[in-house]
Ligand binder design. Structure first.
Ligand code: DLL
Length: 431
């Protein structure tokens, strides 16, 4: 079976709408009947499943946010019996509680298929060697592209992240042709490959890069240095993982897998649905999932949707490269970090909330520092005691976030005070 599926990917808009309407109606009815939280939300808004007859009625449904996921943690939005669930994936949430997404076997198959389409759109087939350097485990990057590559029938290298020398050795020895990782790791790999003088031994032809913001300049830079074509891929744990949308040969935005996800853009302030071509916050509705079919989930990601004809022949709506977020989430080395999580750790450890997060990108790798003021009582501590305290904070932050910042304790009142909102984040990355 080929995972270029023109009967869906190139279907007429009417056919896509028809399919979406049918699946939406079914999903809404099911979650209303089976999930108390949805029933309460819809009743609160005065919407009954019978009010949703097609995609035109989507706007009637209430939005779902990360706060709802937190309130429902862990099982409150699960829409099938636990015995039907075969996997979870997870990511950090706003206040330290993680977001847990559930999958049945059919959900995994659907997700793998989305990733398979992405690999095929990047020129992949069963003759390729797909080198997956996204993290494996709770993060969706590794498992998603791994599953997609299996579906395509390519030889899959489940490398996970890190150990760059081993990555390059396998690339050379096994002839990897498609690289899947974050764009910043791709840039770092390119630099290392060139420094090691092994570019001529590398057979890569394409890269599928996502999970964090990157620019057109960064794309061209990676393409030139690695002699590959670099494709963007988007997704989020709550909705499926990578493959919610993927880039094609035109490289001008990502086609949304609309047979499984309905995309809308809204005004983040008013919630009003915006017309195509207008910058807004992306909202997704899952219409082809059993265990965790979120309805009108606000992603906080800002972009533009377009239904202009694409030279690749696909008719699936295209989302632009992401243009930012409507909340304060940072993505550092591919990991989602909320300032509130850092604040929680600091306060739990007896420090003040006078802190600043400083993020930069050096040699294509994110640097992450937290500066925090000590209390006047701590100020007279010995250097050794201060350094121990810093180490303890690094450990606690690693436990909360999954990555370690550099923690620097600074003198009381040395972090500039702001007259308005506190400036918690200094992001010097030029993306
Ligand atoms: O990052 C899923 C993923 C894995 C996507 C591998 C692509 C490749 P989360 O950890 O839940 O899931 O983070 C989701 O990452 O809301 C965006 O803000 C950001 N993001 C994902 N893809 C892109 C991209 C994965 N291509 C959050 N460009 C999303 C910019 C991206 N930001």
């Amino acid at each position: 079976m080929s995972y270029y599926q023109p009967e869906i990917e190139c279907a007429s808009r009417e056919k896509i709408r028809e399919l979406q309407s049918e699946r939406l109606v079914r999903t809404v009815k099911r979650v209303y009947d089976d999930v108390a939280y949805y029933r309460k939300m819809m009743d609160g808004q005065g919407v009954k499943p019978s009010d949703i007859r097609s995609v035109d009625d989507l706007y009637k449904l209430p939005f779902l946010t990360k706060d709802d996921l937190r309130d429902c943690y862990p099982y409150g939005l699960l829409a099938v019996p636990l015995s039907d669930v075969v996997r979870i994936q997870s990511t950090s949430g706003t206040t330290g509680k993680r977001v847990v997404a559930f999958y049945t076997q059919r959900d995994i198959d659907m997700w793998d298929e989305c990733c398979a389409r992405a690999i095929v759109a990047a020129g992949g087939d069963k003759n390729d060697v797909v080198h997956v350097s996204y993290g494996y485990g709770l993060f969706t990057g590794g498992p998603g592209l791994n599953g997609g590559s299996h579906k395509v029938g390519s030889m899959t290298l489940p490398m996970s992240s890190g150990n760059t020398d081993r990555q390059i050795q396998f690339m050379c020895d096994l002839g990897s042709t498609i690289l899947c990782c974050t764009p910043s790791y791709a840039a770092f790999l390119a630099e290392t490959i060139i420094n090691q003088g092994v570019l001529d031994q590398i057979k890569l032809k394409a890269g599928i890069f996502g999970a964090e913001a990157w620019s057109e300049e960064m794309r061209r830079d990676i393409e030139a240095r690695m002699r590959i074509k670099a494709y963007d891929i988007y997704g989020l744990t709550e909705i499926a993982g990578p493959g919610v949308s993927f880039e094609c040969s035109e490289q001008t935005g990502m086609h949304v897998n609309e047979d499984s996800f309905i995309a809308e853009t809204i005004d983040p302030e008013t919630g009003e649905v915006l017309p195509d071509g207008t910058k807004g916050e992306l909202v997704f509705t899952c219409i082809n999932k059993d265990a965790f079919p979120l309805l009108r989930y606000r992603t906080r990601d800002i972009c533009v949707l377009s239904r202009k004809e694409c030279s690749c022949g696909r008719t699936l709506v295209k989302m632009s490269r992401l243009m930012g977020r409507s909340d304060d989430m940072l993505i550092i080395r591919g990991v989602n970090v909320f300032p509130s999580q850092i604040e929680t750790v600091l306060l739990n450890c007896g420090l003040t909330s006078n802190y600043q997060i400083i993020v930069d990108r050096v040699n294509y790798t994110d640097t992450f520092e937290v500066q925090v003021e000590v209390t006047p009582e701590m100020f007279s501590d010995t250097v050794k005691k201060i350094s121990t305290r810093e180490d303890e904070l690094v450990t606690s932050m690693r436990a909360m976030l999954g990555i370690s910042p550099k923690v620097t304790l600074v003198a009381p009142r040395s972090i500039a005070r702001s007259e308005g909102k506190a400036v918690r984040v200094i992001d010097r990355r030029k993306i």
